[in-house]
Design a protein around this ligand. Structure first.
Ligand code: WT7
Length: 663
């Protein structure tokens, strides 16, 4: 592991810096870990968040920090009144009307530059049309199945302006996944686009949409044109240009004044069992956490050019492509394509082209790009960069070091921000905009001000320094989910019951001797594929949906680029024989029912799955056998199983796999 000192050009051997110092050129305050924790303690007092909340442009400023309506259901800033669209647009009009909000670049080289004024006008017209043409009202749920096009932020802001609740479904998800989310959210309107470019190919969305809306309450579909082809207008469908043509370009739609805890959006994410859960977020708490983290974590200020490479279909896209940067009136970049298309230097070219200063991406993207010759990154002038962060999965020291050295030129702090769909914004991170502790390659560092986290043993006692345990957030915080949409009980069971009264994240973590947090990965049956969260259960249910399959188990195994990828172990019905064609068929089934992100790297046909006496599938054991571990490393993996059970299962499964792979 590498440590870096204050000016971050020299490697150092330890991090116990005794001093606190302001780096003149950057205005950052460097502190030792010990000092950080001292200052951090001060922020954990009641009233800290309430005073911070005053910085936002509320219609009515809150005077109460939070109330607990019933056990585990908090309302943040309950007497505050605001509107997210107002914060992102109206509040910026006075000083930033003609400031660029987004430089948008299509994969085909098409460019669109949109100012805050442009968004303000578009959002007002859209909100007017959604209200009058489609009858959308405060509290209505609307599904949004859109790729990263310049209009996507406007759609979310228009819905927020009305007080409607949007549910974005990642445009790479299958029609089945879209269907399930439309049903669960009870949406009557679907907003989508005709398609987008992916690696030079036109991806059309019409078929997915048409298949998804059968047997749902969808009454209208609003289509934005990105490609300008591939969508035959049908019943219930309108193109955005038609409905916008009916509105005056200077129309004003008054933003709905909503209370702080009014829901802003639902975002579905995978859990351990069952269908994905709808994570429901409020407005005021979420806005305050985003405002605070834009300052502390990203150190964002007026002249910055911000680029978060996430897709709007994930929480990172909601928080740090759309709402965080727009609330602060920043100029941002949006790129439609993948990191290495049309060429492996495209991201670096974009950084040079727009002078990006704050860059936020994923370890998977970094690992993918570092495999190309260094020439691709050296060719571009990246001197505008001043701060780098990653998110979504642990970043390995090699990827961290490459990012730090080649992209950041050893000038820029590199952090790994830990958070989840459920937390709404960053919770554990380096915080250069507040106090900056020395960097370590791959750590998540410390909780942000106002939040406290712990690493606990299974029995709830704190783990020792260096001992692996479960990550919890000790206290409620603004930005946290309101509940799981339509399932309060699952909300309490999932997050607040594993360790009574603490927010259970579902991750393994270590706190090191300096107090730095290192999140190691999921402690449950969820895997992170290229940073995307997929429940093994979802892949398994789609596999067993095929009539020839009796049982299936999926495990995440390490992958050099994507971090983890799924492999599937499948038991076939008597009389059904394994074949390459069958494998392909099953892969297509997963693609169609979950989406391309979830497609297994390989499928193994086995005669039975290793299970505990109580019938629980030993997924961790299967994974360990697959990656070639010894019994010694494996015996502690299965919580509920005895050593005998595990060792028997281990040898049997090993034999089985051996015989299968030689088939
Ligand atoms: C899970 C949450 C946060 C937005 C994107 C993911 C993992 C996330 C890190 C990080 C190690 C990380 C955790 C977490 N994770 N960031 N910096 N280091 N692990 O949101 O899809 O809800 O996934 O992602 O396992 O629980 P998400």
């Amino acid at each position: 592991m590498k440590y870096y000192n204050l000016v971050m050009t020299e490697e150092i051997s330890e991090v116990k810096l005794p001093f606190e110092e302001k780096i003149k050129t950057k205005g950052w305050t460097y502190v030792s870990p010990k000092k950080y924790l001292e200052l951090h303690k001060e922020t954990l007092k009641d009233g800290f968040w309430l005073s911070l909340a005053q910085k936002l442009d509320w219609f009515k400023k809150p005077t109460i920090e939070k109330t607990e309506e019933k056990r585990f259901f908090w309302k943040w800033f309950p007497d505050g009144v605001l509107n997210m669209s107002y914060l992102c647009l109206d509040s910026n009009l006075k000083t930033r009307k003609n400031k660029v909000a987004f430089f948008w670049l299509g994969e085909d080289g098409k460019e669109k530059v949109m100012t805050y004024g442009d968004y303000y006008r578009l959002v007002n017209r859209l909100a007017y049309a959604l209200y009058h043409k489609f009858g959308i009202r405060k509290g209505d749920a609307v599904s949004v199945y859109m790729p990263l096009i310049p209009e996507t932020p406007a759609v979310l802001l228009a819905l927020a302006r009305i007080g409607a609740v949007f549910s974005v479904v990642f445009s790479g998800f299958s029609s089945q996944a879209l269907h399930d989310r439309i049903i669960d959210s009870k949406s009557k309107l679907l907003i989508t686009a005709d398609g987008y470019y992916r690696r030079g190919k036109k991806i059309l969305l019409q078929e997915n949409v048409r298949n998804a809306i059968h047997n749902t309450d969808i009454q209208n579909i609003l289509v934005f044109r990105r490609l300008g082809e591939g969508w035959e207008k049908g019943e219930k469908e309108s193109f955005s240009d038609e409905i916008l043509d009916d509105t005056s370009p200077s129309i004003y739609f008054e933003p709905e004044k909503v209370e702080s805890s009014h829901p802003l959006f639902i975002l579905y994410t995978s859990g351990t069992t069952g269908k994905p859960k709808g994570i429901l977020h409020d407005t005021g708490g979420y806005a305050v956490l985003l405002y605070a983290t834009m300052k502390w974590v990203f150190d964002a200020s007026e002249d910055d050019v911000f680029w978060c490479t996430a897709d709007v279909g994930w929480i990172t896209g909601h928080s740090y492509v759309v709402f965080g940067p727009m609330m602060l009136g920043l100029t941002s970049v949006m790129y439609e394509g993948v990191p290495d298309y049309p060429h492996p230097g495209i991201w670096w070219e974009i950084i040079e082209r727009y002078g990006v200063s704050i860059f936020y991406t994923s370890p998977t993207a970094i690992r993918m790009l570092m495999k190309y010759p260094d020439e691709y990154v050296k060719r571009y002038d990246l001197s505008s960069l001043r701060l780098l962060h990653s998110v979504g999965e642990p970043i390995n020291p090699e990827a961290w070091t490459w990012f730090f050295e080649y992209v950041g030129g050893k000038r820029c702090p590199v952090g790994s921000t830990w958070w989840m769909t459920e937390t709404g914004g960053v919770i554990i991170s380096h915080t250069p905009g507040w106090k900056l502790v020395p960097l370590k390659s791959g750590t998540n560092a410390f909780p942000i001000p106002g939040c406290s986290v712990s690493v606990l043993r299974a029995d709830g006692t704190p783990a020792d320094a260096g001992e692996r345990g479960f990550l919890v957030i000790d206290n409620p915080f603004p930005g946290m989910l309101l509940t799981i949409y339509g399932d309060d009980k699952r909300y309490v069971d999932t997050y607040w019951s594993r360790f009574e009264g603490k927010f259970y994240a579902g991750d393994y973590a270590i706190k090191d001797e300096d107090g730095y947090i290192w999140v190691l990965g999921r402690a449950d049956e969820v895997i992170k594929i290229a940073g995307h969260r997929i429940g093994t259960y979802e892949i398994e249910s789609s596999l067993v949906g095929y009539e020839g399959v009796v049982e299936a188990a999926v495990a995440g195994v390490p992958d050099e680029v994507k971090g983890e990828v799924p492999v599937a172990f499948v038991v076939l019905k008597e009389g059904v024989s394994p074949s390459q064609e069958l494998k392909q068929k099953l892969i297509n089934i997963v693609r169609n029912s979950v989406g391309a992100v979830a497609v297994p790297k390989d499928i193994f046909f086995v005669s039975k799955l290793p299970k505990t006496r109580s019938g629980k599938i030993m997924r961790r054991l299967m994974k360990a056998v697959f990656v070639g571990k010894e019994l010694g490393d494996v015996s502690t993996l299965e919580d509920e199983a005895t050593i005998d059970e595990v060792s028997k299962a281990f040898y049997e499964f090993k034999e089985e796999l051996k015989s299968r792979s030689s088939e």
